[in-house]
Design a protein around this ligand. Structure first.
Ligand SMILES: C[S@@+](CC[C@H](N)C(=O)[O-])C[C@H]1O[C@@H](n2cnc3c(N)ncnc32)[C@H](O)[C@@H]1O
Length: 412
């Protein structure tokens, strides 16, 4: 046990503090400025990890965690159940500013915007991936651990996800059980991964069932409505999990790019086509949208979701520097929405080398550090970060979604 004063927030959701011997300590379950008694959970020669277990001087931003599973040594799913929602957004702003400064050399404060659909920060996740313990019980993993905290009802999950009741049956043989339910109706779907094991029996729940990608009971996909359009999304295919996220991000991407009739757009990392479809409506039949996505199941959804839009072309491929250089033609506009690790420097170099220069790029990201690293490549090539918005689509966690609008050299 050590006594500490928590310093600024750090990536990972904890605060930075100093131990008496000068080593940096990453402390969870605390807030900047708090004096705490902390239990050391890991130690290296240069830093410690610790959990604040006794709050000696609490911050004014501290609240009673609404989740009974939150706290030191418990569920690792949420970082900030003990933090008021406005303070969570302020912490996210600080994290974004820090990564932009450190990795992109950009000095910018970004307000993190509340997103409609979860005013108390609870009941929002339309998809939850439960871990399964040896006895077959569902739960969520503890922080930096394979151990499972048994959880039957997750307070940040939507009521429809919790109502499926995956915690009321045993999932012997399963490695994880993902529940996906839409606020827009239709039955939920449960997707199970078993690894080499076999699933013991077919659990009696009122939902579709997909085991290791094979449909056992329909439906094997759910549908979501965004700006009056319907999207089908299959088990294992990416879709935003906050009920207001898809709409907020689509609006932000359209605002960032201002697509006009007849323009050529490229949607990289297109998933089930959330942005592809909106962009195709904006550019109309005289324009074009090329969607690039690596996952076959997502491409099947994309084909269905864009079936009546003849201006959409779909390429099932990895986004690579070669693809960017050779296959994109000369787009007016580019959207990229890569996975958490970002697009990477080589892909960004290839985007910066596109000629003629696109009129604009919208970069959507769920992780400020890789976003800032990738942004640096464009800034070094003379591009400008015209606007940056941040959305609180993961309340109770340190995560945040960014939409950056980039302008080519010579335009600003
Ligand atoms: C964050 S999701 C975005 C999906 C979509 N834009 C949306 O908002 O619903 C990233 C998508 O990129 C795909 N992906 C990841 N790495 C890729 C790569 N190297 N090349 C092509 N697609 C990739 C994933 O399968 C996933 O569908």
């Amino acid at each position: 046990m050590i006594e500490l004063v928590a310093g600024p927030i750090a990536a990972g959701g904890g605060c930075v503090a100093r131990a008496d011997d000068g080593r940096v300590v990453f402390v969870r379950h605390t807030l900047p400025g708090e004096r705490v008694l902390a239990q050391v959970t890991a130690e290296t020669s240069s830093f410690l990890r610790a959990d604040a277990v006794d709050i000696l001087e609490p911050s004014a931003d501290r609240v009673e965690p609404p989740c009974p599973h939150a706290g030191p040594g418990r569920c690792g799913g949420c970082d900030w159940q003990h933090v008021s929602l406005p303070a969570q957004r302020a912490l996210k702003s600080a994290l974004i500013a820090e990564q932009l400064r450190r990795l992109a050399g950009v000095d910018r404060q970004v307000e993190v915007e509340e997103v409609e659909g979860a005013p108390d920060g609870l009941g929002w996740r339309t998809r939850v991936n439960f871990a399964v313990d040896r006895s077959g019980r569902t739960g969520l993993r503890k922080h930096r651990s394979h151990d499972v905290e048994p959880v039957e009802q997750c307070p940040i999950a939507s009521d429809r996800v919790n109502q499926v009741g995956v915690g009321s049956v045993l999932w012997r043989g399963a490695r994880n059980v993902e529940v996906m339910a839409s606020p827009d109706g239709g039955k939920p779907v449960v997707a199970v991964e078993t690894g080499r094991n076999r699933l013991a029996g077919r659990p009696g729940i009122d939902a579709g069932l997909v085991v290791n990608g094979r449909t056992q009971r329909r439906p094997d996909q759910v549908f979501f409505e965004v700006l009056g359009r319907r999207f089908e999304v299959g088990a294992g295919v990416f879709w935003q999990v906050h009920p207001g996220a898809a709409t907020a991000l689509t609006r932000a991407v359209l605002e960032a790019l201002g697509p006009a009739a007849g323009e050529r757009v490229v949607d990289l990392y297109a998933g089930a086509g959330l942005f592809t479809v909106a962009l195709a409506h904006e550019v109309g039949p005289s324009g074009s949208v090329l969607a690039v996505e690596r996952q076959g199941r997502a491409c099947v959804n994309l084909m269905h979701n864009a079936a009546d839009l003849h201006q959409v072309g779909i390429e099932q491929a990895d986004v690579t520097p070669g693809l960017v250089a050779d296959r994109l033609g000369s787009p007016d506009l580019v959207v990229l929405d890569p996975a958490r690790a970002g697009a990477g420097l080589a892909v960004m170099d290839a985007l910066a080398a596109l000629r003629p220069l696109p009129r604009g790029i919208a970069y959507v990201s769920c992780e400020p550090a890789p976003f800032a690293r990738d942004l640096r490549v464009m800034l070094d090539a003379g591009w400008t970060l015209r606007s940056l918005r941040a959305f609180d689509v993961f309340p109770m966690t340190e995560h945040v979604e960014l939409v950056g609008a980039l302008e080519p050299p010579g335009r600003s």
